[in-house]
Design a protein around this ligand. Structure first.
Ligand SMILES: [Zn+2]
Length: 68
């Protein structure tokens, strides 16, 4: 499964699992919503080593033709 790194463009809006660097940042698994066209940010705990994996893609309402 494709993972994305800090600084790369979010390819599709949706829910992403955050994969923290266990050696630097010991936190439980969690998910975030990311918006297409923005950049994946660094983590305050593990910096550049954070990764993001798509769980469920969903078009942002402002980009959807029924609502924009
Ligand atoms: Zn982290």
């Amino acid at each position: 499964m494709t993972t994305h790194r800090k600084g790369s463009l979010v390819p599709e809006s949706g829910i992403y699992e955050v994969i923290h660097d266990k050696n630097k940042h010991d936190v439980q698994k969690h998910e975030v919503t990311c918006i297409k066209g923005r950049r994946f940010p660094p983590c305050r705990g593990c910096g550049e080593d954070v990764q993001f994996r798509p769980i469920r893609i969903a078009i942002h309402i402002e980009d959807h033709p029924h609502f924009s």
